[in-house]
Ligand binder design. Structure first.
Ligand code: GLN
Ligand code: ZN
Length: 768
């Protein structure tokens, strides 16, 4: 039986690619040096997979920045604003053009903004969105795929080139001209794909992997038709090349008849995310197709449960025979960290927890182990069963008190004492805020000094007294500034936080961190998500001391600042032995305790950030509501333990929630702050049809840019907002936290923001 890996992480075991890219961008290393690093990384990956004994080893899964950007360059999908730059360059597919498209370009008289970036399905990886317009002439600009195939071959390794399939490439992009139809575009793109595939066939490739993950999404009949067209053409053009069509991140569902009918040689399905699809697929798979069964999870860091995986593989073998089944990772391993063996610090990751985990390299061996168990090696299975068994009862995971509390949760726990209109009155009486109250989203500039302070404390270079004193000083300065600026609801500034999820993860039970568990987020940016391994609870207050201290410095309300349960879940590696909803509710209960403690300490305004609630939406619309139900419930559980007079805020970094607005309202937050300035308040359109009953702070300035907005600009935005929302409900705040900004621009922008709020108040007073 054959084994198959869909893709491997490319950043290097020590983030070598990140470092080399950044050094190259800064002009510190030559292009040759960067290319050398890339070649070494590719070689290491191929050798790892080859030495492990994998049959279908991916190539062209390497990318300097992003695999979709690679495809844009390969096919000549160059947005028109880069054409002049392209023409000025000598080599096609030059790194200059490539990085310009990724990062924008402002040099030598050229000025072009970067391509748009968006989330890759429901992962935390971001890809660059292809831009199609009718002026583009598609052609094979640069055959990266062939070059890497040959490079591996010269090392004695026969690989399976991987490409984003033509239909997904098209569907994931943006068509810039209205008159351009998907079908016409495909007709223009396909010849390039075919030239490319023919070059692979000529070079001796046996397999090619075409990724079509859009097959797990809701597709229109017209979109489905594109698949027929593309794959029929491909089949005719490269009859000798075996095509492996991959789908992942979900089940094929209604696209099953379509997928199994495509004239390809093998179909890959994700049985981690959608194990239930196996029966239907087996029943409908034509004799001509092989099936690649994705049973080793490419999305998390847990050891595979061999017994469970084997049930699926055996079922496939029973129906198809061993020759037609490939054992595979569920998706590319891009979304997992490199190598668990590098986690050697037992004070960070205890041997017990480490024994439950598997990173990319370990997952490769799991795929091999599954094959070997089927071939008769029962010891491998026994060892795995022992680990799974130990984990299922481990005392550090399973805490009866947490489970009991979750079981005892009632509907009342997700309800404030009274409805919003009553709460609003109670809050007005206590807070005494003016109309158009001003506030900020939480963080203030994270200066070099602040970062160094935290790093020194972590390293033990300074004592906890020294650290506390310095943080207090930063809070004092920020409170003083906010008072001078006459902001109404203050924040302490989040100087003690490195990251809004990590900060809480480090203090909650049930979380663990790795030293080197990096995964690529976009380009050279990597993240190291916390790992939720067990029942979550709070052993002590997490933020009360800093918030109380900050409140003690002012008579104005000081806003307590917490991260919400859905965001904590969404940005972590999550345990796979219970539903995500249960894990989220456990976190919600821990946050609830903190909210209640903040109230007890005299904090009257508490913000629970949920910037990730929308990105957690399932890929298929039919699954949205059940997700939203538990996500909204978790938020409500976390904030419902307080009195009417305590004002609950939430914050989200987007306003594109027209489609889920009723669920946002169902969160029942007294105040919501959202991002709206970049769209000039256009995103508020939804409020003209949906009567949102709560208070709302539509961001009046973009925090992504150092530019200081004028008073007039912000006043104009607020005026727009008053056309869509009752003045009484409007707050005045920036789009998001200010941690990436510098102090001087922050101070000036806030000064202008307060002035804009005053203008609005005066205008209202003048009319009454
Ligand atoms: N309170 C956080 C901050 O101000 C919110 C960040 C976010 O929404 N991503 O930084
Ligand atoms: Zn935000």
């Amino acid at each position: 039986m054959q084994t198959n890996i869909l893709g491997y992480p490319r950043i290097g075991s020590n983030r070598e690619l990140k470092k080399a890219n950044e050094a190259y961008w800064a002009g510190k290393i030559s292009l040759e040096k960067l290319q050398l690093t890339a070649r070494q990384l590719r070689r290491q990956n191929w050798e790892t997979l080859h030495n492990a004994g994998i049959d279908l080893i991916p190539s062209n899964d390497f990318s300097y920045y992003d695999q979709i950007l690679d495809m844009c360059i390969m096919t000549g999908t160059i947005p028109s604003r880069f054409k002049a730059l392209m023409e000025s360059l000598v080599t096609p597919g030059s790194p200059e053009l490539y990085f310009a498209m990724a990062r924008g370009y402002q040099k030598n008289g050229f000025d072009a903004t970067a391509m748009e970036m968006t989330k890759w399905f429901d992962t935390n990886y971001h890809y660059l969105v292809p831009e199609f317009d009718s002026s583009q002439k598609y052609r094979l600009l640069y055959n990266k795929c062939l070059e890497e195939f040959k490079e591996a071959l010269s090392l004695g390794i026969h690989t399976k080139p991987v490409l984003i399939g033509p239909v997904s490439f098209l569907l994931l992009g943006k068509i810039k001209d209205e008159e351009l139809q998907g079908a016409d575009l495909l007709e223009q793109l396909l010849p390039v794909y075919i030239t490319l595939l023919q070059s692979l066939q000529a070079a001796g490739a046996t397999w090619v992997q075409l990724d079509e993950p859009t097959l797990v999404l809701d597709l229109t009949p017209a979109q489905q038709e594109l698949f027929h067209y593309a794959y029929t053409q491909i089949r005719e053009a490269v009859p000798a090349l075996k095509v492996l069509l991959t789908t992942y991140f979900g089940g094929l569902q209604d696209n099953t008849p379509l997928a199994v009918q495509l004239p390809v040689d093998a179909l890959h399905i994700d049985l981690v995310r959608a194990p239930e699809q196996l029966d239907t697929i087996l029943a409908s798979l034509p004799d001509t197709l092989q099936l690649s069964v994705g049973v080793v999870n490419g999305r998390n860091i847990w050891k595979n449960n061999y017994e469970k995986s084997l049930q699926l593989v055996h079922k496939a073998i029973a129906a198809l025979g061993e020759e037609r089944v490939l054992i595979a990772s569920s998706c590319s391993l891009l979304h997992t960290p490199y190598d668990l063996d590098l986690e050697t610090d037992e004070t960070v990751l205890t041997p017990q927890i480490k024994n439950w985990m598997a990173f990319a390299k370990q997952k490769v061996h799991e795929v091999i182990a599954l094959r070997d168990i089927i071939a008769g090696n029962k010891d491998l299975l026994k060892a795995n069963q022992a680990t799974i068994q130990e984990k299922s009862t481990a005392a550090i995971i399973h805490k009866p008190a947490v489970k009991a509390r979750l079981a005892a949760l009632t509907a009342a726990d997700a309800e404030r004492k009274n409805a919003f209109p009553i709460r609003q009155k109670a809050q007005e009486a206590v807070l005494q805020l003016p109309l158009f109250p001003t506030t900020t989203i939480g963080s203030f500039p994270q200066t070099e000094d602040i970062r160094k302070l935290r790093a020194d404390f972590k390293k033990g270079v300074i004592t906890s007294q020294e650290y506390d004193a310095a943080i207090r000083k930063a809070i004092q300065d920020s409170v003083q500034l906010q008072e001078t600026l006459r902001i109404d609801v203050l924040v302490h500034g989040e100087f003690e936080r490195n990251d809004m999820v990590e900060y809480f993860g480090e203090q909650l039970e049930g979380f663990v961190f790795t030293k080197n568990g990096w995964v690529q987020s976009y380009g050279s940016r990597c993240v190291k998500p916390p790992v939720i391994y067990g029942d979550v609870q709070r052993s002590a207050p997490m933020t009360v001391e800093w918030s109380s201290y900050a409140q003690s410095l002012t008579d104005k309300p000081m806003k307590g600042m917490l991260t919400g349960p859905v965001t904590i879940l969404q940005w972590s590696f999550v345990r796979d032995d219970q539903p995500r909803a249960d894990t989220t509710l456990q976190i919600a209960l821990a946050i609830r305790d903190e909210v209640v403690d903040l109230e007890k300490a005299g904090i009257r305004v508490i913000q629970v950030d949920e910037p990730a609630i929308r990105e957690g939406l399932p890929l298929r619309e039919a699954d949205w509501q059940s997700y939203l139900d538990w996500a909204v419930k978790a938020f409500r559980v976390s904030v419902s333990g307080v009195e009417d007079a305590t004002q609950i805020h939430t914050h989200m970094c987007y306003a594109e929630f027209n489609d889920i607005i009723s669920n946002i309202a169902a969160m029942d937050a007294d105040v919501i702050t959202i991002e709206t300035s970049r769209s000039q308040m256009e995103l508020l359109e939804v409020f003209s049809t949906f009567r949102y009953p709560y208070e709302i702070g539509p961001g009046v300035y973009d925090i992504h840019s150092p530019r200081v907005p004028t008073v007039a600009e912000m006043t104009a935005l607020l005026e727009k907002a008053t056309q869509l929302l009752p003045a009484r409900n409007i707050w005045v705040n920036p789009d998001c936290g200010l941690k990436t900004r510098k102090w001087p621009e922050t101070e000036q922008a806030l000064r202008n923001m307060v002035a804009a709020a005053r203008n609005m108040r005066m205008a209202v007073n003048a009319t009454v």
